[in-house]
Design a protein around this ligand. Structure first.
Ligand code: NAP
Length: 331
């Protein structure tokens, strides 16, 4: 089967033939129809060494059809259209993942491949309103956005929400979910065109964080925010403490702009702000997220579809930050 192998730090992925795996006990073999990129895959290529000399297959998000099952797995699911939960081994504590927790696609092989073998319990029926490409654009980023908004920030309908860096796949999921939940959503982006696109999928307004006075302008136009979802960190994070209302909640799950700088300790305690970190989610949250997406008939925004053979081009597109929404590989 064809797969995209990560063998060497900072080198392009190698698209090559590798042996097709066989499902073992409790596992299923999936013929993948689509996979999606996450910023995580870029961090891995820039920061990690391959855990195996033969390379590993990257990719956390995938959808496809069950082609075969191993021992102890019901044969009736052969032929089922499925989506993969990339959150593996969360453990018993819903508050935080166990030490053994892993995200599909590193250090174990993932979805940038024609087939994958994975534990039966990681596989859920594909929501019928989603195509394979849309389903592949869902798991990692939608799960993280869902936990951020609902488990951590405990968003209530009618609240005012700010999503930073809305062009990103996870940020856009947060926008679509919050808007479907009757929240009033504002956004920031480094591109005016992306702000306009965000308005077309449910945001009320937005400001360009590349302008020096973006935070002042945003506060003037929108007032304070009950909930802020941030995937960037960096020096702009300090402004979020000015933008959140007293008693408000800020959730972060990304570091696209680097480490947080110069946070006002006084604002933090005097405004009684809650800052949450979050990562991925539990199995229950994955199922609740899919229910939510199905109930509200949300379709992820797909920026561009590449083929598996074009995977390095797809990553260049992500690195240049040109995307609005998910970047998908059709397999
Ligand atoms: N912890 C977790 O479980 C988890 C899960 C999902 C994602 N993440 C993290 O979340 C981040 C986004 O991931 P993704 O897959 O959605 O990436 P992505 O699709 O590549 O999006 C990255 C986005 O970051 C935004 N950005 C860049 N610089 C920014 C800045 N200075 N201020 C605000 N926004 C900025 C950009 O938005 P504009 O183009 O609109 O400017 C860009 O579209 C990454 O850091 C990733 O590692 C973490």
């Amino acid at each position: 089967m064809k797969a995209a192998l990560f063998k060497e730090k900072d080198a392009p992925l190698l698209v090559t033939e590798v042996p097709k795996p066989l499902p073992g006990k409790g596992q299923v073999l999936i013929k993948l129809h689509a996979a999606a990129l996450n910023h995580r895959d870029l961090w891995i290529q820039r920061e990690q060494a391959s855990p195996s000399a033969n390379g590993i297959i990257l990719g956390s998000d995938g959808s496809g059809v069950i082609e075969d099952v191993g021992e102890d797995v019901e044969e009736e699911i052969i032929g089922q259209e499925v989506v993969i939960n990339p959150s593996i081994g969360w453990g018993k504590n819903p508050t935080v993942q166990a030490d053994a927790f892993k995200i599909l696609g590193f250090p174990d092989s993932g979805t940038f491949s024609e087939h994958i073998v994975i534990a039966r319990k990681q596989v859920v029926e594909k929501p019928e309103h989603l195509s394979f490409e849309e389903a592949a654009a869902t798991p990692l980023s939608a799960l993280t956005a869902y936990r951020a908004l609902f488990t951590k920030a405990r968003l209530r309908p009618g609240e005012k929400v700010l999503i930073t860096g809305v062009g990103g796949g996870a940020a856009l999921w947060a926008l679509q979910m919050a808007a479907s939940f009757q929240a009033k959503v504002f956004v920031t982006s480094g591109h005016d065109t992306k702000i306009q696109k965000a308005i077309s999928v449910g945001a009320l307004a937005g400001h360009n964080y590349k302008q020096d006075d973006w935070a002042e302008q945003l506060k003037k136009n929108a007032g304070g925010f009950d909930v802020i979802v941030d995937t960037a960190g960096g020096r702009h994070f300090a402004s979020l403490l000015d933008l959140v209302v007293p008693g408000g909640r800020i959730v972060n799950f990304g570091r696209t702009a680097g480490n947080i700088e110069d946070l006002s300790t006084r604002s933090l305690y005097w405004k009684q702000v809650s800052i949450f970190g979050t990562t991925m989610g539990t199995e229950d949250e994955f199922l609740s997220m899919l229910d939510f997406v199905h109930k509200h008939k949300i379709k992820p925004v797909i920026d561009k579809i590449f083929t598996l053979g074009e995977v390095n081009e797809a990553f260049r597109h992500m690195e240049e930050g040109r995307q609005f929404g998910k970047i998908v590989l059709k397999i």
